[in-house]
Ligand binder design. Sequence first.
Ligand SMILES: *Cc1c(COP(=O)(O)O)cnc(C)c1O
Length: 459
Amino acid sequence: MTDTLAPTVSSTSSSGRSGAPSERRVVTAIPGPKSLALHERRNAVVASGAASGFPVYIDHAHGAIIVDVDGNQFIDLGSGIGVTTIGHTDDAVVAAARQQVGELTHGLFTITPYEGYVRVAELLAEHTPGDFPKKSLLVNAGAEAVENGVKIARKYTGRKAVAVLDHAFHGRTNLTMAMNYKSMPYKLGFGPFAGDIHHAPNSYPYHDGLTGPEAAARTIAFLDKTVGASDLACLVVEPIQGEGGFMVPAEGYLPALQKWCTENGIVFIADEIQAGMARTGKYFSSEHFGLIPDLVLSAKGIAGGLPLAAVTGRAEIMDASHPGGLGGTFGGNPVSAAAAIAVFDSIETKGLLAEATRIENTLKPELLRLQKKFDVIGDVRGIGAMIAIEFVQPGTGATTKEPNAAAVAAISRYAFEHGVILLTAGTYGNVIRFLPSLAISDEQILDALSVIEDALAAL
Ligand SMILES: *Cc1c(COP(=O)(O)O)cnc(C)c1O
């Protein structure tokens, strides 16, 4: 399909390099011929399990725009699932990484250390919630941070059981698969799974109608009854659940869980892998709820697209492991660390926390307007640049709220064909999530929304 839509012209964002594309432009059928040819090569040699939702092959990207090999320009509302939070190829990140590549690409911190790792740990200690001595461990990916968080909590408490919440997602390794809620696609056929993982009901205000204290009482009663607080090493929560569909828990829910953990010697771990690093207008989403987690897990947005993850928390907990008990060959790679330092610096110097709020202020009123117009939109929720809409069957929004995955699939397909990358989420596949980079302009948001409105009208 050749595009007939007039591309909106928008100014280059503050992080934009001159000549970088800033608008949506569809010049071939999607996927285009070059993408299709690459896809054929890929199908011959890449494992099918690593499937791609949007098989257009990227040539380059900057800010909130992805340019594919056929010259199509997409507005990216997914940021590689919240990874390029400060924008694709952010100038400061690119400069820091380029410089570092020429100086040191690997040292193995647990053999011969280097300053970048230490600096990232200092920045994490400074910006994670809580005013007490903190220490960090750097690793490669979110799942590895979750694994290490659990490992550290077990060592510190001498207990073994782990609690997680319904609708959670924590990764794809063996332990983290067991911590996920959804079987398809994360677990089915991949067992046996790690034991002593306990799934408790969460707070999901749109569906359960419970207040925060009521939902917390339900979670706590479940864990007391089925595990027993004194057996729990840790409770791992995403303050705003990511893959689950951006549920913002009812007020008071998370503080009540934290209080119960503290009273019972359970390590309270906030998985901030998707919601952290300025995404919601605070450094960490825990701050919206007044939480001071014992351990905070970071990954996705921390290094502007380079692989890096971290466990940060109370020094006495982080120090529970014997020397040599924590580590990993690539953990805290010098190039990733240099990129992360540039990300922290950009958040500060470019005022990016305010950009997340600007994005919410542009996006949310428009989505609420669409909700009034289209009764398949059941709920609009989220904070900052982490906003979702939940789709229901027509006419069920006020009653049974029947999931409508077909509408979500049709809208994301339509958006893709018209130059907008739109991610889905939700246990029932009935949520569209907006995870744009903080470099996205209001014009780009409104242009993408006009495509989504057309898609809704075409349902
Ligand atoms: C993505 C994600 C993970 C896993 O991170 P990987 O880097 O993919 O291993 C864990 N927790 C949450 C909340 C996530 O969004």
